[in-house]
Unconditional design. Structure first.
Length: 227
């Protein structure tokens, strides 16, 4: 009986292993195609790249959107070294700015097509929104790690405002606009982002009274009413 059970288990294990290999090949194929600019890739493109049949795709996944979601999970795994990277201990502000800008551009240059696809899919399901939220949280954590000394000198409200501004300046959406809308090169973005970060950080480190005075000076004056 034991031998019979063993011979029965082996084909089942083999089928399971083959199914798992097919799933991994399909997700990897979709991942590569999206990064190459085929976004979203067709079932035929994915099947050809993965070396499986089109019917195999739909046997293993609940459609192309399911495959794309799995590809976004793979994105976080393959690019965790960029999402979670922190500057070396003891770096001064200039060094931390340079590290931050370089790491962000490395990530966006390699993974921007997949991040763009995820944002477009966000309106379709809670799962996409949760995936994007996890990525944004990782990027926000990296930002707070890079500029912790400066944020630590601020009130919680000012620190939250500063994080939101720095994150917006260097967001995936900003990268997409700069590259596609303004045709900025990496060298140009490196310079402009570094200058912008230094300017914003310097402005936020000013005394509160100075910042309030600047706000009052920049506010439009209301015309006096004629008697």
């Amino acid at each position: 009986m034991v031998a019979a059970m063993g011979t029965t288990d082996e084909p089942i294990d083999g089928r399971h292993a083959r199914r798992q290999r097919n799933r991994e090949a399909i997700v990897s194929a979709a991942f590569e195609l999206i990064l190459e600019g085929k976004s979203p890739p067709s079932a035929e493109d994915v099947a050809e790249r993965a070396g499986v049949s089109v019917s195999s795709i739909f046997r293993n996944f609940d459609g192309l959107i399911d495959i794309q979601q799995q590809a976004h999970v793979l994105f976080r795994e393959r690019y965790s070294h960029l999402l979670l990277a922190t500057p070396p201990p003891g770096e001064d502000l200039d060094g931390r700015i340079d590290f931050f800008v370089r790491t962000r551009l490395d990530l966006y240059e390699q993974a921007s097509p997949l991040m763009t696809l995820a944002r477009r899919r966000a309106a379709e399901s809670d799962r996409w929104r949760a995936d994007i939220a996890a990525s944004r949280e990782a990027l926000g954590g990296q930002l707070r790690s890079c500029f912790g000394p400066e944020l630590g000198e601020l009130s919680p409200a000012d620190a939250a405002d500063l994080v939101s501004i720095l994150d917006s300046i260097t967001s995936p959406e900003a990268f997409e606009l700069l590259t596609t809308g303004h045709a900025r090169s990496r060298r140009q973005m490196t310079r402009s982002w570094a200058l912008a970060l230094r300017a914003v950080l310097a402005g936020w480190s000013a005394p509160t009274s100075t910042k309030r005075s600047a706000v009052r000076r920049s506010a439009p004056t209301r015309p006096q009413e004629q008697p």
